[in-house]
Each structure stands twice: as C-alpha cells, then as structure tokens.
Design a protein around this ligand. Structure first.
Ligand code: B4P
Length: 194
C-alpha cells in the first residue's frame, strides 16, 4: 500500500495535480474539499453547516472531516493506496489520520508540499472564482483569510511530518506538466528506496 498526502496552501494546485497522480499511481483520491462541496450540492444538514464556514474562509470542525475520511477509508478497504488532498489541515486531523491508518495496519508514506508565493495564489484563486461558482474564491478578503487560517492551523502539520521524516517540499510554480514531473520524480525516488 502507498499513502500520499498532497500538502500546500489554498490554490497551490493540490486538486489539479491529484487528478493525474491518482491515475498514474492507481490511488483512491480523498479530497475533503470535494467531499464537503458534494454535501453542499446535495443540501445535506452537514453541507448546510459546512457552507457557512467555507464561505468565510474558515475550517470545518475537525470531528466532521475526520468522520468523513473514516467513512471513505471504510468504503475503500481494498484500495492499493490513498491520495489525501486538503487533509489533514490541522494537527488534530494529522494525529487522527495516523490512528485511523494504524488501525488498518498502514501509514502515511510521503507528504509532498507544493510551494507557491502568495500573490500567485491570489491570482489563481480569483481566476478560478470567475468560472467555478465557488463563493470562497470570489472575494480577495476571504482568500486572504484562508491564507491566515493556513498559516495558523495548517502549517504546524508540516512540522508533524518533518519530525517523522516524511515531508518533501516541491516547487509549485511553472507549468502543470512540469510540476507533475517533479511530483512523480519524488514518488518514484521514494518507491525505489523501499
Ligand atoms: P479545498 O477544496 O481543499 O481547496 P483549495 O485549497 O482552494 O485548492 P487546491 O490547492 O486544491 O487548488 P487547485 O488545484 O484547485 O478547500 C476548500 C475549503 O474547504 C477550505 O477553505 C475549508 O473551508 C474546507 N476544507 C477542505 N478540507 C478541509 C479540512 N481537512 N478541514 C477543514 N476544512 C476543510 O488550484 C487552484 C487554481 O489554480 C485552479 O484554478 C487551477 O486551475 C490553478 N492552477 C493549478 N496549478 C496551476 C499552475 N501550475 N499554474 C497556474 N494555475 C494553476
């Protein structure tokens, strides 16, 4: 089994790169952002609660997203591996994920962190906001709020994986194909060392 975390600030290209990586490495894609937007589209009670929080650029409570991930792991018990996209986003989520995987006698193998400067991130998200219908992408104020939340709540997750020697930074600027090649090279290096 091979379990990968794709890490990085909002708009760093996690979702974009995940689409190609899951195909190449035959992984199940678990994007908490997509799963939450699915709940919103289906107007479930969870979705209605999550929408308000996401529209403000805040994080949905840990217990909600951990529950969603637990469910997905159960549903995909035969998977060859998972790509976690946008999860974990807090230290609590990272610790809960370690425990869930330990129960399944597996673990996170590698954390690849996309590095992109903030002005480029704002540009990408405002651009996506023109067509995506995502209300969290249309206001620069909400986008800046998401970066603040990222630096307060999500950056400590990087330290958690650095201490476990699983963390690798990947330059996230340039063409989508070039970034995909960098991510693939890091995964192939890791696999060849096992
Ligand atoms: P997410 O859905 O995870 O979204 P994201 O961080 O905005 O985007 P991502 O990094 O995937 O960027 P993308 O590839 O799309 O989160 C949304 C919200 O959900 C959060 O704010 C939070 O409220 C909630 N949430 C999700 N997970 C949670 C959790 N675990 N706990 C609590 N709350 C949670 O790329 C962005 C844009 O850039 C795209 O338009 C793309 O086309 C473009 N792009 C990508 N690569 C590019 C490149 N190389 N060059 C130019 N443009 C590029």
């Amino acid at each position: 089994m091979f379990n990968l975390v794709l890490f990085g600030p909002p708009g760093s290209g996690k979702g974009t790169q995940a689409t190609n990586l899951i195909e190449k490495y035959k992984l199940v894609h678990l994007s908490t952002g997509d799963l939450l937007r699915n709940e919103i589209a289906n107007k479930t009670p969870l979705g209605l609660e999550a929408k308000k929080i996401m529209d403000e650029g805040q994080l949905v409570p840990d217990e909600v997203v951990i529950g969603i991930i637990d469910n997905c792991l159960e549903k995909n018990a035969l998977a060859q591996g998972f790509l976690f996209d946008g999860f974990p986003r807090t230290l609590n989520q990272a610790k809960a994920l370690d425990k869930l995987l330990e129960l399944k006698k597996t673990q996170i193998d590698l954390v690849l962190a996309l590095q992109v400067n903030e002005e480029e991130l704002v540009r990408r998200l405002l651009e996506r906001g023109k067509t995506s219908g995502r209300s969290d992408d249309t206001s620069e104020e909400v986008i800046r709020k998401r970066f603040q939340v990222y630096s307060n709540d999500t950056e400590p997750v990087a330290q958690h994986y650095k201490e476990a020697d699983k963390f690798k930074a990947i330059p996230g600027e340039g063409s989508i194909d070039d970034i995909f090649a960098r991510l693939s090279a890091a995964i192939d290096d890791y696999k060849s060392e096992q």
